[in-house]
Design a protein around this ligand. Structure first.
Ligand SMILES: [Zn+2]
Length: 199
């Protein structure tokens, strides 16, 4: 039994390490790329090389961009008064996909975790406090995941920002759009009930 050549096999093995791709999908993807070399594989290789050389963390918010400041921080049309705090760059990109927030962001790079020995210093929390104290920030929106560590982190940030003059808010928890009550867990139902509002 002979598989692909060693170089192709090495490419498949690398691709298989990407999130969401197993060995089977990686093999399919590589085959597709080879078949569409000019339309897909060569532009992809070029794009990978460019991004590998330029991608870095924004000095201000922690988003990934290709300059010192990311596109969001550099955009003068966005409001300076609101900072939305997220755990990860993927969360920031998810918020942007929704297209409803026109303020600034702050990426923590994780959440507090006693187990993994992750404290505030590892998380860009001091930088957040600096931004809030030195800017014209009126509201800090905590958009952290609804996990135990996410909520511990939210409480810690709220405490840290006490007396800064900014209002600290957090995303609502409850029934997702298109969600059916029967399928929700007890925690979500009780959070939704607590966050009810006039109809
Ligand atoms: Zn930025």
């Amino acid at each position: 039994m002979t598989g692909p050549d060693a170089e192709i096999e090495a490419l498949i093995a690398l691709m298989a390490r990407l999130p969401g791709l197993g060995p089977r999908s990686a093999r399919r993807a590589v085959l597709q790329m080879i078949k569409r070399r000019g339309a897909l594989m060569e532009p992809l290789a070029e794009a990978l090389q460019k991004v590998a050389a330029t991608a870095r963390e924004c000095v201000s918010c922690g988003n990934i961009g290709t300059g010192d400041s990311c596109a969001i921080c550099a955009d003068e049309r966005r409001a300076n008064g609101q900072i939305c705090v997220v755990e990860d760059v993927a969360d920031l990109w998810a918020m942007e996909r929704a297209g409803v927030f026109a303020g600034r962001y702050h990426v923590l790079g994780g959440v507090l975790s006693a187990l993994d020995q992750i404290g505030p210093e590892e998380l860009r929390i001091p930088q957040l406090a600096d931004r809030v104290r030195t800017g014209q920030v009126t509201e800090v929106i905590l958009a952290l995941n609804a996990t135990v560590d996410g909520q511990t982190t939210a409480h810690y940030i709220a405490e840290t920002l006490e007396g800064s003059g900014a209002t600290v808010t957090s995303l609502a928890r409850g029934v997702p759009i298109g969600g059916e009550l029967d399928y929700l867990d007890d925690g979500t139902i009780s959070a939704a009930l607590r966050a009810r509002r006039a109809f």
